[in-house]
Write a protein that binds this ligand. Sequence first.
Ligand SMILES: [Zn+2]
Length: 340
Amino acid sequence: MTDPAVSCSIDLTAPGKHIGRLAFPKITNTAGWASTFVHVASIARGDGPTVLVLAGNHGDEYEGQVAALRLLHELQLEMVHGRVIVVPVLSPAASKANTRNWPSGANFNRSFPGRPDGPPNEQLADFLTRVLFPLADVVIDMHSDGRSAWFIPCSHMHVVDDQTQRKAMLEGMEAWLSDWHFLYIDVNGTGLLPVEAENQGKIVITTELGGGGRVPAPIHRLAWSGLNNVLRHVGVLEGEVQTRASLGRPPAVILDGRNPGTIVLSPEDGMFEALLEPGDAVSEGETVGRLWFVDRPDRAPELIRAPLDGVVTVTKAIPVTEQGDCVFVLGVPIDRSELT
Ligand SMILES: [Zn+2]
């Protein structure tokens, strides 16, 4: 099998706290023999699980990147039982450019499993697939909706077939202690990072922590507290595991987004006006938003209606809308017992 195209400057199997970098060829007009760096840290002490903490899969989703950078900074060796590997910014050029995708146009979250002789995004994906995932028991991949949309702040999951893996993922998702959780399917292509990790049998815990081009302070707090509680929950971080009950909060609401009909696409170009907020309950046929027309002020707005009963989960954050853009997504509350 071909060696990965990505090199790592630290020994990820060594005990202790080490901060280093992954490097792979950078194709640029301004330097020859250049490399792209993706920074990585390993904090390892004694027996325990290995947890891979990932953020910045999409560049303009900063909630997880800030939490992961803080974790890398604050996690002390004596707090760890096992190993935490942190890659705080998987897509650094996209992060600096405030874009979802890489400057090449590649969507890193559609690059898996990757290949060592593919373009740079696939080279990095291949390194995760063949080097980092096999080391890990738990893979945490933090997302939000970036600039484009606001996703009800939540941890979420695929409902995987394996019952043991599903139960562990459900409990991991709940350990984030968000008010909402979401069950998702892949409706927009293949090659997702979580799917590759799930296929390797890992406990995969993912988030959608808002978005819309601004990170409110409560979201930073949710990213940080959720990440830390999940690390305690899986046993790699010292300290008492909190639950919503122990915090005096009601149970979280689990929203089911596995029906593709819950995703509403704009029928034409226009300017989207949201009439409801994520978290609002809607009935089938109720107007969720309106589409206005810049070049046709005489035209009445197009009403965009809920396709079924549910809860608004995602709403488009950038009013300018093209035909086929997702303008909102509904989730349908379901009972936790349906997942076990
Ligand atoms: Zn994302």
